[in-house]
Design a protein around this ligand. Sequence first.
Ligand SMILES: C[S@@+](CC[C@H](N)C(=O)[O-])C[C@H]1O[C@@H](n2cnc3c(N)ncnc32)[C@H](O)[C@@H]1O
Length: 408
Amino acid sequence: MSEQVAIDALGTRGDGIARQPTTVFVPFALPGERVTIERQGGRGQLLSVDAPSPDRREAPCPHFGRCGGCDLQHLSDDLYATFKRDLVVDALSREGLSPDVAPLVPCDPASRRRAVFTAVRAGPRVLFGFHEALSHRIAPIETCLVVVPEIVARLKRFERLATLLIDRKRELRMTVTRTTTGLDVAIEQTAKLTGDLRQATIAWGAEDGAVARLSVDGETLIENRVPVIDVAGIAVPFPPGAFLQAVGRAEEHMAEIALAHLAPSKSVADLFSGFGAFSLRLAQRHAVHAAEFDAPALAALEKAKRGASGLKPIAIERRDLYRRPLTVKELSKFDGVLFDPPRAGAEAQSRELAASTVKRIAAVSCNPVTLARDAAILVGGGYRLLSVTPIDQFLWSHHVEAVALFER
Ligand SMILES: C[S@@+](CC[C@H](N)C(=O)[O-])C[C@H]1O[C@@H](n2cnc3c(N)ncnc32)[C@H](O)[C@@H]1O
């Protein structure tokens, strides 16, 4: 049965929230709107917008509403920037922190250099695209306004490859990364690579000069060129499937903010370093200790450092920082620390830092909730939280990146 409700606020996933008569989350509804919905438990399916908000705008992508990649294309630029900044402000405030939070650093469309596509069999068809929101279903796509043009221009080709390799039962995953030497295509959960299928896959890769490397379930089938990521002029050989900041410009912004803060430091630890997006920049001025769990990422950093000239020493340590964070004693060797953990944050490491003598810390995070928790631990240990800058790395989604700066 349908009903009309008034939307009071946006939730953390960007859904409209109506609080009367009982709370319901309504995707694609905006604060101040009256909308007609059909309730399905705590969620409401939007049937019509009866009194639209002045902040409503036409979504630019034809797949908006079905494709789960973007939740927020229907917001004005102002509401969008406020919403994303507030994700950070509110998370900090729930931990009792109210630092200076900068305006959102914006993200350009068509700038995401990595996309993870999914394909599934649906009867005789293969559906290739992105997941729908909160669903296992696939929204097939013809275009994408977020991803770089080199990837979007080849969607049909990627779909053809997925159709070739798809398994009968499993969902295929295809990660495409634009590197400076071409596209790195890494496919997982494929059908068994029998002789014919292997040949057809290799033929696919040979057809397009833009493909630098093609790997299937970890096996490199083609490497026309080593895929390379440029980190401030240093070439890093990119390991298949390694972590990469999704938007190059966002990475530069984060690095600029963190490096300016750590500038007075002599010796810096870069924790959760990956292949060295920050370590290699830091090493232009500071001795760096890079710690990370992923061995291929560290091997790439090792090669990049050997190929670069004029860097200060970079010590590389493979370490599980969740189980074995750098201890207070180990931290005493550093006067600056940068940490950039996965979404779960760096709770154990923050507890060690809170008891340490490290002077300056830059925390980079893709999850405001765990960033706020870790910030509260550091502040509890006597650090001042100087500023937080939200950075839009995940355009039109409800995710936001942030850099927080601490000092003692
Ligand atoms: C958000 S990424 C940041 C990587 C890097 N700073 C960059 O900007 O490219 C988080 C990194 O944490 C690493 N990681 C995940 N779990 C870890 C653990 N238990 N110990 C150490 N590193 C871990 C991942 O491999 C990944 O490289």
